[in-house]
Design a protein around this ligand. Structure first.
Ligand SMILES: *[C@@H]1O[C@H](CO)[C@@H](O)[C@H](O)[C@H]1NC(C)=O
Ligand SMILES: *[C@@H]1O[C@H](CO)[C@@H](O)[C@H](O)[C@H]1NC(C)=O
Ligand SMILES: *[C@@H]1O[C@H](CO)[C@@H](O)[C@H](O)[C@H]1NC(C)=O
Length: 391
């Protein structure tokens, strides 16, 4: 009897001990979050209450969050890239396309010497953190891709840029899911994965809405300790006064109808080696070279879609929700895709360089069409309906 009581008391002590531990942990986590939030949300020069309900702060360009990053303590702000920012021959697929509307209105743009940053609230930060630890890691259950990538054949071992114009959709995505269209540059694998990506996504998990948002993402260790979406951690240096990360798109494409499009490129500055993010002919800002452990050049560039869902649940649609069929207002596309090699000029990828891949062909696919048609240049489509993808 005594023994049993003893064991019982021991168990109670263990359980309450655990509870106190985890309470202390959560108090500590809470303080960490508050501290991080203070770092992220700087004192604004001006605040803009957007029509979408969130706030965009204009922050002194020299005091933006990037400069809190330990690797950027002595970073010298670069205001413009050291390469000619040619407008590519990507214009216009005639009447059936329109440029997506995003960023601040002309009248709202940030005063000179400051840059717009979407204000982060505590819930966003907490959700984004658990998102990274639970769902974003490649190879985790519920994570799927359909993509077109360029090979690393010896002659093309080094890439310095990627670009293209994609159609934007607003897909139906559940609260614990996301659906993404992006282009990227990467080097290394697994824990050494260095990545920069840009595109659009629907991610209620992050933004607490059903809208389509402009996003960037980066990491130097496959998201183990570094990297995040947008400015949920310090790293990206913003230079544009109007376009901001995490912004909502005003309108999106209509299946079979008018397309809303966006043009991006990620290009390494040949002098500073910083990776610039460019929207058509406007510089948005850059990822400083010193953030990365292994990105003096990229080993792979690519375009495509990614979806996430809770393990065991059906997957959301990707792209437009339809499989590629070479009809450009059906499946989501990237047109006029380009890459840069050592020559630092834009080229369209020839077939022998290209890999297409889908990890769940019953749910999503990707097709590369080469340079068949003059109106779309080198182009590809990707996506599909999702659903139960055998996982
Ligand atoms: C960088 O990545 C390449 C490609 O995966 C790898 O071969 C190389 O060893 C890496 N370098 C460093 C310094 O980690
Ligand atoms: C998006 O809005 C702009 C400006 O109102 C318009 O010109 C364009 O046609 C719209 N695009 C779509 C796909 O609705
Ligand atoms: C870059 O790629 C183009 C197009 O494939 C090719 O013609 C050129 O030789 C390459 N240049 C270098 C320096 O690799």
């Amino acid at each position: 009897m005594m023994n049993i009581l003893f064991i019982f008391m021991y168990l109670v002590a263990c359980i309450t001990g655990h509870r106190i531990d985890s309470m202390q942990n959560s108090v500590k986590e809470n303080l960490d979050i508050e501290r991080e939030l203070k770092l992220i949300n700087k004192t604004p020069v001006k605040s803009i209450h957007t029509k979408y309900g969130y706030i965009v702060d204009c922050i002194d360009i020299n005091k933006q969050p990037a400069f809190d990053h330990p690797l950027l303590k002595n970073h010298k702000l670069q205001r413009k890239p050291n390469f000619a920012n040619k407008i590519k021959k990507d214009n216009v697929m005639k009447s059936s396309t329109s440029e997506a509307i995003f960023g601040l209105d002309e009248k709202d743009q940030c005063p000179s010497g400051s840059v717009p940053i979407r204000r982060t609230n505590k819930n966003e930060l907490i959700r984004a953190k658990s998102y990274f630890s639970n769902v974003l890691l490649q190879n985790s259950p519920g994570f799927h891709v359909a993509q077109v990538t360029l090979r690393t054949v010896p002659k093309y071992f080094s890439y310095y840029g990627v670009g293209g114009t994609s159609s934007i959709y607003n897909l139906k995505v559940e609260k614990d899911q996301s659906s993404t269209a992006m282009m990227w540059v990467i080097k290394g694998h697994m824990d050494n994965l260095n990545l920069i990506g840009v595109g659009w996504h629907v991610a209620p998990y992050i933004y607490e809405d059903d809208a389509t948002h402009l996003f960037t993402v980066w990491t130097t260790d496959n998201f183990k300790n570094t990297g995040c979406f947008n400015l949920l951690c310090s790293g990206f240096v913003q230079t544009n006064k109007k376009i901001y990360l995490g912004g909502r798109f005003d309108n999106t494409s209509i299946y079979g109808g008018v397309m809303a499009e966006i043009t991006f490129s990620i290009i390494q500055d040949p002098d500073t080696k910083n990776w610039w993010l460019i929207n058509k002919n406007q510089n948005i800002g850059y990822f400083p070279a010193s953030l990365f452990s292994n990105l003096t050049s990229a080993g792979q560039v690519g375009w495509g879609g990614k979806t996430t869902t809770s393990p065991g649940s059906p997957s959301p649609p990707m792209g437009s929700g339809y499989f590629p069929d070479n009809v450009f207002n059906h499946a989501c596309y990237f047109r006029h895709v380009t890459f840069q090699n050592d020559s630092r000029q834009d080229f369209g990828p020839e077939d022998y360089l290209v890999d297409t891949f889908s990890d769940k062909p019953n749910c999503y696919s990707a097709e590369f069409y080469g340079n068949e048609r003059s109106d779309v240049g080198y182009c590809l489509q990707f996506g599909g309906p999702g659903g139960r993808c055998n996982d």
